[in-house]
Write a protein of this length. Structure first.
Length: 109
């Protein structure tokens, strides 16, 4: 029985994806807690977009910077701004790097 070869690169990529998923899941939970009932005003598409934006931002930021973000204190207005910037990135209206820099600024305001 031959096992497929798994490269160190594949292991590293999988570990990165797992860390990213955990970080985003934790951030989403903190945002949900912080928004309380306002969370229910977000559509499923908005939640998916926010999840994507946080994942891309996590990959873009240094870990210490990410760990300092107070996700519970973002508030609905800032969450909406993040979603709007993410939608513009996904629609190719702005470059990814520029959009992620905008999201980073929103998260740190």
């Amino acid at each position: 029985m031959n096992q497929p070869e798994i490269t160190d690169e594949e292991i590293g990529m999988r570990a990165f994806q797992l860390r990213k998923s955990r970080a985003v899941e934790h951030a989403m939970e903190r945002i949900r807690q912080g928004l309380g009932e306002e969370w229910s005003a977000l559509s499923i598409k908005d939640i998916e977009t926010l999840n994507w934006a946080l994942g891309e931002t996590w990959a873009h930021l240094a870990r210490p910077a990410w760990n300092e973000i107070q996700f519970t204190g973002l508030g609905k207005e800032r969450v909406d701004r993040i979603i709007q910037v993410a939608k513009r990135i996904l629609a190719h209206e702005i470059l990814g790097h520029d959009g992620l820099s905008q999201i980073d600024k929103i998260l740190k305001d």
